[in-house]
Ligand binder design. Structure first.
Ligand SMILES: [Zn+2]
Length: 153
């Protein structure tokens, strides 16, 4: 990750505003003001073909004492020391029930928009012995079986 999301000169100002931001919507506004390209999109769920992704997310929510909300796909993520602000933003969303994931790791099913890991992450999950489909596909299994049906948009 480059310096695109590194702490900037306004860090203290952002941190002060963050303490004053009473709702998640205020935080989101602050995110968009600070790093306009960071939030890529919100998605409802992972594909049921990858139960470990949902299980891990729900485990994190249980530990944080929150209810699963949505998958928040972000442009990039870093946990290094010079990314305090972006880490703080990610923590706030995580503690509010969001699964914060990099766009390089996931893509939405072309038909139903449930989230599917990219091929590299699929391979990793398979190596780890997690439940995954026999072969990788940009469509979830449900939509693949339904492939003869017309695409509605
Ligand atoms: Zn689908």
């Amino acid at each position: 990750m480059g310096d695109k999301y590194a702490d900037n000169v306004n860090m203290l100002d952002v941190m002060r505003k963050l303490q004053e931001a009473p709702t998640l919507r205020d935080v989101e506004t602050l995110v968009k003001d600070t790093y306009p390209t960071w939030i890529v999109g919100y998605y409802h769920q992972y594909s049921g073909d990858y139960p470990s992704l949902t299980k891990n997310w729900h485990t994190i929510c249980t530990a944080a004492g929150c209810t699963p909300a949505q998958i928040l796909v972000v442009d990039d993520m870093s946990f290094s020391d010079d990314h305090t602000i972006i880490r703080r933003f990610a923590d706030i969303f995580t503690n509010a029930g969001f699964a914060v994931r990099r766009k390089a790791d996931l893509l939405p099913c072309e038909k139903c928009s449930c989230m599917i890991p990219v091929r590299a992450l699929y391979n990793l999950l398979k190596q780890k012995g997690e439940t995954v489909p026999e072969t990788w596909s940009p469509l979830c299994i449900g939509c693949m079986l339904d492939e003869d049906a017309p695409i509605v948009d």
